[in-house]
Design a protein around this ligand. Sequence first.
Ligand SMILES: [Zn+2]
Length: 363
Amino acid sequence: MPVGTQGAVKAVPHEMLEALDAEIILGNTYHLYLRPGHEAIRSMGGLHRFMSWPRALLTDSGGFQVYSLSQLRKVSDDGVQFRSHLDGSSHFFTPEHSIDVQIALGADVIMAFDECTEYPASRGRAEESLRLTMAWAERSLAHFRAHRDEVPWRRQGGSQVPISEPGTARISPDNPSDDHRTQSLFAIVQGGMYRDLRRQCTERLVEMAFDGYAIGGLSVGEPRELTLEVISEVLPLLPRDKPRYVMGVGYPDEIEQYARMGVDMMDCVLPTRAARHALLFTSEGRVNIKNKQYAEDQNPPDPACSCPVCRRYSRAYLRHLMQAGEPLAATLNSIHNLAFYLGIMQRVRNSLEADSQQLTADR
Ligand SMILES: [Zn+2]
């Protein structure tokens, strides 16, 4: 999932995301709540209609941004008090409030409010954080079940508001008729880097029967072997018939590895963030397009890539745009990197399909 933090995948127009076959993008609840505000978005029919994105959307719970961006964070059993990174104003997020905000935004997939455990964390600290995450998951679920009909794209009484077409995510859990379509709520497994805590959290969340499950608290500075260890521990415990999502990963080889292990969804700012800093992911490895060696290189950024950027532009031109500070540099670099990432996932899907056809043929 390309990340559209503030209702936009940075520097990339929606038409291009559609052309690249991005089926779902992610928006950040924390950012959209602070600006332009969830009530403003609700009054305009929800995030799909506001940003004119008819395909699937996922919003996170705000927990991770509160953890990573806000100042003066104060956590209690009830929720988190924090100050906005924009203007220092004071806010209080509870699981119920996070769900209310996410219902107002109206994404297809929303996330339970969690507390992201930092790395490294002592066992005591990880246990305490886990206790909060599990209690908050239960409260998120109860509140969601009581208010799931209040999404902005449903009229009271159950009929659909036309124009946008949210709720069309292929990952909808049971795909009921239009009149009864609601959002899907995913839980987030925490537990730091402690395998038994991860296991305990997973088992408890699976009992609560969410629509899907995410593994959170990764990519917070831990070594890659630990990330892999946690995913390997949790993944087999999650129901196979529900989406399994690893949050905030990763490099191209990582996402391929995790997808082959059975992870269905991932999100990462890396392809777009790296692009804005001149780093291209290619079939020949990483290319820092600002390097002098590309000054007169007439080859496409990635000779094996058929994205609109590689079909049209040279390395020399992309380097020049970076050097000249042209905003087009960020756009073109981002389009290529997103195409590269989405291409990896497409290849994995194709090979899984071929494998399962082979299995059927062998039977
Ligand atoms: Zn390309």
